[in-house]
Design a protein around this ligand. Structure first.
Ligand SMILES: [Zn+2]
Ligand SMILES: [Zn+2]
Length: 399
């Protein structure tokens, strides 16, 4: 059977996996039931697997050749209550749902596992990484540290992410930068509280916070290369108790996103300098803490070209979109490539406006058109076939 037909034949199985996972969403590092489900499916398929870092699962499908391809699926859900709908497979966990489509990611890789073990002779090995805690928990880094990239050592690693802004059954991808680096910053400006009618006897931190917010925007517009994008968003500001009392302190929380390491370093340094300078110029003191999140993600050029060709051979030219711009959203899949292994993440279109499936990721209304699942499986399988047989990465030159 051809890869595409084989994937289409798995449609009911894929939907069953996805709905089973969808009914039992679990937050980062709590994916116990999800891991057990993955293990039971792998066990039934006779695939060797092991637990890592608590709720992660690594499975190896051995073939006869030397080459090895890694495939990663993230497993966790979000603390987002599910909007009405999805009869028969609604989330059974109050306040938690698969609002980023990671249920579909796991389902697709379980379907891929079934397709691969069904092949008469696999020309190389495939290692499957079921990764916990993508949604801010940083599950990829400890998995890599636990040695999952050794024995077998993959020559390339692929992942997909569902995309509700792409039509179901299509593929979107780009080479180079794809996702942004994240650094979260918390700043507290300390003044001296007092009576609102007597500001001269207090030091009011609220106008200082306002100045700081404006100055931070100025770093973006006046100090950075305009061709290297960055974002600073102040998501929360808290200070004071009522209209006639001068606050003693103001706390601001912001997130910084950037695509290039030099921009990231500059932002981290300058935002701290700016906080101290604005605070001291206004007689206040300041405490600053920065929590470093995921680095920016880069798709390997040759590997992306291979995935592009694989996707076109599965879906046709018209169903593959080369994305013009990266996203400033973050993704920790790229940790798997931090030691230099080529990695590529493509987007699997899951939207369908005619069925009302358009909601953004992380929305309580987020859903997928399940007809897209076999396409994800087929693109993975075709890319693996090429990587294990006809297209060593080193042989893929520019078009
Ligand atoms: Zn997400
Ligand atoms: Zn996600």
């Amino acid at each position: 059977m051809m890869i595409h037909d084989h994937a289409v034949a798995l449609r009911e199985t894929l939907v069953r996996h996805r709905r089973q996972l969808h009914r039992h969403p679990e937050l980062a590092w709590c994916e116990h039931r999800t891991a057990a489900y993955i293990e039971s499916v792998l066990g039934n398929l006779g695939i060797e697997h092991r637990r890592v870092v608590g709720t992660g699962v690594v499975a190896v499908i051995e073939g006869r050749g030397e080459r090895c391809v890694g495939i990663r699926a993230d497993m966790d859900a979000l603390p987002v209550p599910e909007a009405p709908g999805r009869e028969g497979y609604r989330s059974e966990h109050e306040g938690v749902s698969h609002a980023c489509g990671h249920d579909a990611h796991v389902a697709t890789v379980l379907g891929l596992a079934e397709l691969l073990v069904g092949q008469a002779e696999l020309p190389g090995s495939v290692v499957l990484y079921f990764q916990p805690a993508e949604e801010g928990g940083g599950g990829a880094e400890p998995m890599v540290a636990a040695g999952v990239l050794e024995d077998p050592a993959p020559d390339a690693i692929l992942a997909l992410h569902t995309a509700s802004n792409h039509p179901a059954g299509t593929v979107g991808l780009r080479s180079g930068p794809v996702t942004g680096a994240v650094d979260d910053i918390t700043i507290t400006i300390h003044g001296i509280d007092g009576h609102a009618a007597h500001p001269d006897r207090a030091i009011d931190p609220i106008p200082v916070a306002a100045n700081f917010i404006i100055n931070a925007q100025q770093i973006l517009t006046r100090e950075l290369d305009p061709l290297k994008p960055a974002v600073i968003t102040f998501g929360s500001i808290h200070g004071g108790t009522r209209h006639n009392v001068i606050a003693s302190s103001v706390t601001l929380e912001a997130t910084m996103r950037s695509l290039y390491p030099d921009t990231r370093e500059y932002l981290i340094e300058r935002i701290q300098q700016m906080a101290h300078a604005v605070a001291s110029a206004n007689r206040t003191s300041v405490t600053v803490s920065i929590e470093h999140g995921y680095p920016a993600g880069y798709n390997d050029t040759a590997l992306t070209r291979l995935v592009d060709r694989a996707a076109r051979s599965i879906c046709g030219d018209g169903c593959v979109t080369i994305e013009e711009h990266p996203s400033m959203g973050a993704e920790d899949f790229f940790e798997f490539g931090s030691s230099g292994i080529p990695v590529c993440m493509f987007r699997l279109g899951v939207g369908n406006p005619s069925r009302g499936i358009t909601a953004a990721h992380h929305s309580s209304h987020f859903d997928i058109d399940e007809s897209s699942l076999p396409v994800g499986v087929a693109v993975f399988a075709e890319a693996i076939r090429r990587l294990l047989t006809i297209e060593p990465l080193s042989a893929i030159g520019p078009d």
